[in-house]
Design a protein around this ligand. Structure first.
Ligand code: ATP
Ligand code: TZE
Length: 257
């Protein structure tokens, strides 16, 4: 994990985020703190051009519109052609037919290197119905089975988030227990994780290992931030979390001992 985080910081990859309106600012600041360089470009007129300039493309359907969907497909296709990694976060996909159909349209034309979502979202993609509430998961289900099925079905790496995160390529399945419950009390914690996974995918290495490193580091930063004095809830947690995202994995680890 150390090496992957260091490579990101050395390379400062440009990450093209086609993401939702709720989290744009948080995701940009989080990527900067982590050591990457964010760009947000949602228009179909320049999405492909921006994707080609970038080192990684994140597609997050959280506040999707038809126009943005076209931009996402254009950006994803351009990235696939150029060998630039693509991460898809199917936010709220189980909530409406529009989102379900939009996700299908994306994956028919764009190959994702990673699909990242909570249990309800990923379960829905492989026909397992779990309880969801809008963009949030309610049920947990069998995370290892769900992640494995998503990985095999979409020929990708599946990252299923929650109290325990599950990362699978369909053959190997890893679990991660770093994290903090306060992450589920701030909106966009999952969305920023998608951007940070994209940043990690942009450096050299195995996709499974890079996705796992991102998830592990992110959880360590959250736990470290939550342990700082003066953190009483989501409001005081957020600035500490942003600061923690700048730190070395060793510093976070020592702070947690
Ligand atoms: N109860 C918990 N304890 C520890 N970590 C958690 C907990 N719940 C979520 N996390 C962490 O929070 C991050 C986001 O996961 P979550 O499943 O909440 O995403 P999400 O539902 O997509 O979020 P959002 O829609 O707000 O962006 C992950 O790093 C995950 O490990
Ligand atoms: C709250 C919310 N609604 C659509 S996207 C989003 C951000 C967290 O997924």
């Amino acid at each position: 994990m150390n090496e992957i985080v260091q490579k990101v910081r050395a390379q400062e990859p440009l990450i093209h985020n086609l993401t939702n309106a709720v989290v744009m600012n948080f995701s940009a600041n989080g990527l900067l703190a982590f050591g990457a360089s964010p760009i947000m470009a949602n228009a179909k007129e320049d999405a492909a051009d921006v994707a080609k300039l970038s080192n990684g493309v994140l597609i997050n359907i959280g506040t999707l519109t038809e126009a943005q969907l076209e931009a996402m497909i254009e950006a994803g296709k351009a990235a696939n052609e150029a060998g630039i990694p693509v991460v898809i976060d199917p936010v709220g996909v189980a909530a409406t037919n529009f989102r379900t159909e939009a996700f299908q349209r994306i994956v028919e034309q764009v190959h994702p290197d990673v699909i990242k979502g909570n249990a309800g979202e990923l379960a829905h993609l492989v026909g397992i119905e779990l309880e969801t509430k809008g963009v949030d998961a309610v049920g947990e289900g069998n995370s290892q089975e769900i992640a494995g099925k998503v990985a095999v079905h979409f020929q990708t790496i599946a990252v299923l988030t929650g109290k325990v995160d599950t990362v699978s390529d369909g053959k190997q399945t890893l679990t991660n227990e770093t994290g903090h419950a306060l992450l589920s009390k701030v909106t966009g914690a999952g969305c920023l994780l998608g951007s940070i996974i994209t940043a990690c995918l942009s450096v050299e290495g195995e996709n499974l290992e890079k996705a796992y490193a991102a998830v592990k580091y992110y959880g360590m930063a959250a736990a470290y931030a939550a342990s700082q004095s003066g953190v009483n809830g989501p409001g005081t947690f957020l600035p500490q979390f942003l600061d923690a995202l700048t730190m070395e994995p060793d510093t976070l680890e020592k702070g947690l001992m």
